[in-house]
Design a protein. Sequence first.
Lengths: 79, 333
Amino acid sequence: MTAEEVMHEMAVILDEVAGVSADQVAMDKSFTDDLEVDSLSMVEVVMAAEDKFGVKIPDEEVKNLRTVGDAVNFIVKSS
Amino acid sequence: MTQIKSAPARSGARIMGIGAYRPARIVTNDEIAPLIDSSDEWIQQRTGIEKRRFASDDETLDEMARLAASDAISDAGLNPEQIGVVLVATLTNPVQFPAVAPIVASKLGIPDPGAFDIGAACAGFVYALSTAADMVKSGSVEYALVIGAERMTDVLDFTDRGSAFIFGDGAGAMVVGPADFNGFGPVIFGSDGSQADAISMSSTWFDFRSGKIPEPPTLRMAGQQVFRWAVSEMVAVTQRALTAAGLEPKDLAAFVPHQANNRITDAIVKALDFPDTVAIARDIRESGNTTAATVPLALHALRSEGRAPSGAPALLLGFGAGLTYAAQVVALP
């Protein structure tokens, strides 16, 4: 999958899990500061992303995923 | 081979009564928030908790347990003398021994019962209840008293941002006795000790005793790790308990999960697609997380609201430190 495709799917997940509207989602947006995804929603986003992309995102990696771009790049690299 | 006689097994067991004790003092989020640089809104959004109860010095662990148990025995229409075994699920016994159960039993006036504590943290009550049901069904006892009691305030660090806002105190109890129908589905339980650190004490009492640490140990919880485990694993556990009992989500009158966090409950309810006809226990709003006491307290609250019809099936689910879990379908008393 390309970064654009992953980013599009992430926007769908963020909408479903955390109620973030797709037009707010961009690579440079911070999950907590810009999109107001709290720590528990972040866990749900990560779990949904694992299912969707067939990757493993360990707890210790989650804290490094500050922006949508961080998550997209990690997923592209791992899948 | 020498024949060993067994007690005559019974065809069934059921929950006969429920009791509750909620400490008098109500503590709002506004009272908790300043010590952890938080707010009522933040706590409610992350957990669903609006308030909890904190026990006073007089509301000791065994006293709260006794009051909840006495309520349950009356609700079952029994006298204390009829109880054959007392099981207490707790992680806040203030002494390492003796167990709380024999003390509570004596204070209730139960003569010479079997009595022991069960340590399975937030799953403890469901473990204890299923053990009691098996004892009644096997013919070991006629009536069993099961209590979940906690004084979480004794092990909390009120300045810990990861846990101080979650927990509360209280006790709940149930009485199990013989029935001419099957009031318990198979229990589904398990554990993952490799994640024992996810919810544990900050150090050992021995480190405190030897002077290695200046303050007594307190509860610590890796909230995100526990949330992830609960959301990912408890959906399957709930489904397994339903399947084992031969039921589907729509067959349940009530779902009573451990009151750890409303968002864990939300995730399980969403994943299993419970219809609106299933009453979902949300006592965490009023009581916070009372660990081993949540399941009986939450069921007691549901029944007080008229949402737990007698004889109908409910699914009880406990999960927490260990990590441990247990789930079982029961017929409501």
